[in-house]
Write a protein that binds this ligand. Structure first.
Ligand SMILES: Cc1cc2nc3c(=O)[nH]c(=O)nc-3n(C[C@H](O)[C@H](O)[C@H](O)COP(=O)(O)OP(=O)(O)OC[C@H]3O[C@@H](n4cnc5c(N)ncnc54)[C@H](O)[C@@H]3O)c2cc1C
Length: 388
């Protein structure tokens, strides 16, 4: 078996599968991707029917990237012939007196992204599914939508293989060691070497960084999404019901009917702290109750008999910003960690990781996401996310 490669990617979730594809386009058979579980497993962050994709973001560091992520997904759709992005429009909503939408307007204005500011009445006129009170308001951005996360992984893996890459699943990486200019990658299936290693391991990132004596202050939450078998299928179809994010305490988000014959919704940061060992697949009644109460109040027709609740892992540094960088002190290793909001960027982050691994640089503005920033190096850096 070939054991020496130019590039090894560890983790074949949303980001790693995209990196494997982009590296394989450049280096074909010199690329190996390793996944500890089966491709498409349910243990991490990416596996589901849908993830929100949007141009609207709370910070110009992200709106500088959002247009490029649509381009990256379009390249994958063109090469594969598989549609991955479904545009539904996107609503950012908030209660009267809220201040979240101001940062979204600022972020979009900074990038010249068109959007509309809507009052509660204007929202209910265009989307009668909503029950809003005076003072509640929204921003509408027409390019918002969903990306099919499960298909996205499968397509990236298939395209990587089509370009000659080797993708081994059920092959956990146990440790890494720099040997000269290369990195030794020890797995249960043997030891491999590579000139460059890409780590896209999300909740398991610190288990791999331990090989280099590095530990980031990552919080892992067991989150969940719920599918509702609504009887109002036509009203909640993708052409009639935009994806939404309600900005409040907590934040809620949801999707039109897609993947299942059901709507889907969840709370952001509603779950309990776990580790990759202690997480379960059991739904948590606390965030579930809060979600039902929110939907009954604002979008009653969205509800229906519960089809299922699916758990999933959020992994976040204190500033909840991405990390996309070469590992400080280990130039052979490139790493990405998505701070629990990265699937929409997976196709683009995969491209950036390949650039960093092949060329040592990228044209994308990633300076804010450096691995040496205080949020990762200062143990007292305060968390910016709120657990509900
Ligand atoms: C409930 C929920 C809702 C979300 N909603 C959105 C949304 O609407 N929009 C959005 O943009 N983002 C959203 N996110 C965040 C987004 O899904 C993640 O940021 C993204 O999927 C992270 O991708 P990843 O490839 O880094 O992680 P993962 O998919 O977890 O992949 C990491 C992979 O590395 C593998 N791995 C780890 N260690 C090893 C090892 N030692 N050896 C081999 N393999 C290893 C794991 O098995 C895993 O497959 C959501 C996340 C959750 C949980």
């Amino acid at each position: 078996m070939k054991t020496a490669y130019d590039f090894i990617v560890i983790g074949c979730g949303g980001i790693g599968s995209a990196a494997a594809y982009r590296l394989a386009r450049a280096s074909g058979a010199e690329v190996l991707a390793l996944e500890q579980f089966r491709i498409g497993h349910d243990n991490g962050a990416s596996q589901d029917h849908s993830r929100i994709i949007r141009l609207s973001y709370h910070d110009p560091d992200y709106t500088a990237l959002t247009p490029h992520t649509y381009t990256a997904w379009a390249e994958v759709e063109r090469e594969s012939g598989v549609q991955l992005v479904v545009k539904t429009g996107g609503l950012d909503l908030e209660a009267a007196g809220g201040d979240a939408l101001a940062s979204y307007s600022h972020g979009m204005n900074a990038a010249g992204i068109p959007f509309e500011q809507l009052s509660a009445d204007e929202v209910m006129y265009r989307w009668p599914q909503y029950r809003l009170r005076d003072g509640e308001r929204a921003l509408f951005q027409a390019d918002g939508g969903l990306v099919d996360s499960g298909k996205g992984i499968a397509v990236h893996v298939a395209l990587a293989r089509a370009h000659g890459a080797t993708v081994l699943d059920q092959t956990p990486v146990r440790s890494l060691r720099v040997v000269g200019d290369s990195v030794e990658v020890v797995t249960d299936g043997g030891t491999f070497t590579a000139g460059k290693v890409v780590i896209a391991a999300d909740a398991w990132t610190n288990q791999l960084l331990a090989s280099f004596g590095i530990a980031w202050p990552l919080t892992i939450l067991q989150e969940q999404v719920t599918f509702f078998a609504t009887p109002n299928l036509r009203e909640f179809a993708p052409d009639r019901f935009p994806i939404f994010i309600w900005h409040g305490s907590p934040d809620f988000y949801g999707f039109p009917v897609y993947g299942e014959v059901a709507t889907k919704a969840a709370i952001d940061c509603g779950g309990d702290r776990v580790t990759t060992e202690t997480r379960t697949f059991e739904p948590n009644p606390r965030p579930h109750r809060a979600l039902i109460a929110f939907l009954e109040r604002h979008i009653p027709g969205f509800l229906g008999p519960e089809l299922r609740t699916k758990t999933c892992l959020y992994t976040m540094p204190p500033d909840r910003n991405f990390t996309i960088d070469t590992l400080p002190g280990v130039p052979q290793v490139v790493v990405a960690q998505g701070a629990a909001h990265a699937y929409k960027f997976a196709a683009l982050i995969g491209k950036i990781l390949a650039d960093l691994a092949v060329r040592g640089q990228t044209d994308c503005p990633i300076a804010p996401f450096g691995a040496g920033r205080p949020a990762l190096t200062d143990p007292n850096f305060p968390a910016s996310f709120h657990l509900s």
